[in-house]
Design a binder for this molecule. Structure first.
Ligand SMILES: NC(=O)c1ccc[n+]([C@@H]2O[C@H](COP(=O)([O-])OP(=O)(O)OC[C@H]3O[C@@H](n4cnc5c(N)ncnc54)[C@H](O)[C@@H]3O)[C@@H](O)[C@H]2O)c1
Length: 251
């Protein structure tokens, strides 16, 4: 567990970086693969102080299969293998579907869904060749099941990611590789900060979330560490909601 090699896409900031922090505290080696390569390297440099055995930041656009292939090769060159993949990189344009350009719709699908496909497909090949199993975690969203007018593209991508996870779980289980999703609720990151720091929405969280607070990236990180652990060996093909009880509320 302590010496796992973990690739986190979109790991330069936000939920991805929070996940990386939690693995670093367990002594893992981290690869932060992010479209913002400079920020990925800066973030990787901070992980040593938390206990990471090693950490590198690599520039990689997950929607570009050639870049994903190069990132996977570089990760294996640096650390010898990959034990855990966290498909976290994602975008959410927040535009009403009736005003949304088809190109923007396609980009959301390309990054969130196709990106997770490229990374899973290429990393799984390495894991199968390594012959020691593996763990793949998909960061979806409550939007894998429910969505709204300004998140139609996002909901389609996240619902697709859920079925990608389920489908790969059926294929990779025989190799000892598990695939599971984490559906975060409302988490304070740069993606959501401008919305949740306004007085109205901040107050709304207290009513809508039974835990009475917005989530933080490390809430998701702890769940990812569990799904990647030996103890989660027989957990396969599920979505773990980490939302403070948000989706449990009906009134
Ligand atoms: N913040 C929330 O409330 C929330 C809720 C549910 C799900 N999520 C999901 O969690 C994940 C992380 O969200 P966040 O809030 O930390 O977002 P964020 O915008 O703060 O961070 C996303 C990271 O992904 C990187 N990235 C974007 N496009 C990329 C690409 N094509 N290739 C590689 N890296 C790319 C960005 O550079 C950034 O570092 C996303 O998949 C998002 O959909 C977030």
């Amino acid at each position: 567990m302590g010496n796992q090699v973990v690739v986190v896409t979109g790991g330069a900031r936000g939920i991805g970086y929070g996940i990386a922090e939690c693995f670093a505290e367990k002594g893992a080696s981290l690869v932060l693969a992010d479209v913002n390569g400079e920020r990925a390297q800066e973030s990787a440099e901070r992980l040593g102080a938390l206990g990471a055995a090693g950490a590198i930041g690599l520039e990689c656009d997950v929607s570009n299969r050639a870049q994903v292939a190069a990132m996977v090769e570089e990760a294996c060159r640096e650390f010898g293998r990959i034990d855990v993949l966290v498909n976290n990189a994602g975008i959410c344009p927040f535009v009403d579907v009736m005003d949304l350009d088809p190109e923007v719709f396609a980009k959301t699908i390309d990054v969130n869904l196709m990106g997770a496909y490229h990374c899973t497909h290429l990393v799984a090949q390495k894991m199968i060749a390594q012959g020691e199993g593996g763990r793949i975690v998909f960061i979806t969203s409550l939007a894998e099941n429910v969505t709204g007018p300004a998140q139609v593209d996002y909901g389609a991508s996240k619902g697709g990611m859920r079925m990608l996870m389920v489908g790969f779980a059926t294929r990779l289980g025989r190799h000892g590789i598990t695939c599971n999703a984490i559906a975060p609720g409302m988490i304070l990151t740069d993606m959501t900060r401008s919305h949740w720091e306004q007085p109205g929405p901040a107050e709304e969280i207290k009513h809508r979330v039974p835990m009475g607070r917005i989530g933080v990236p490390r809430d998701i990180g702890h769940a990812a560490v569990f799904l990647a652990s030996n103890e989660a060996e027989y957990v396969n093909g599920i979505t773990l909601r980490v939302d403070g009880g948000h989706q449990a509320v009906c009134a």
